[in-house]
Write a protein of this length. Structure first.
Length: 100
């Protein structure tokens, strides 16, 4: 499968940045800084994964577009391969399924 195109990557960066800002108080400064670090280095898959790993730990419904989250996760191919948690997609699918 081809790598995500530039418009997909730009949409992912904007979405992750916006979502992180919206829930930054719940995430804490270290997590926010880590996410922004990955965004600054165009590691969008890693930023997305960290964002949702932390959200899942909090077990909270976030004020973000869950359907778009799932779409971006697939476009970033996190359903095929993740970096930090080999079971990320299974957990992400369960988490987002609760809020769709």
């Amino acid at each position: 499968m081809a790598s995500p195109d530039n418009s997909t990557l730009a949409a992912a960066k904007d979405f992750i940045h916006s979502a992180t800002q919206q829930i930054s108080d719940s995430l804490g400064s270290d997590t926010v800084n880590t996410i922004f670090h990955y965004l600054d280095h165009a590691e969008y898959e890693m930023a997305f994964e960290i964002l949702f790993i932390e959200l899942m730990k909090l077990n909270m419904a976030a004020p973000i577009d869950i359907a778009k989250s799932r779409e971006l996760g697939v476009l970033l191919r996190l359903n095929e391969q993740s970096v930090f948690d080999s079971n990320f997609w299974e957990k992400f699918d369960r988490y987002t399924g609760k809020y769709l």
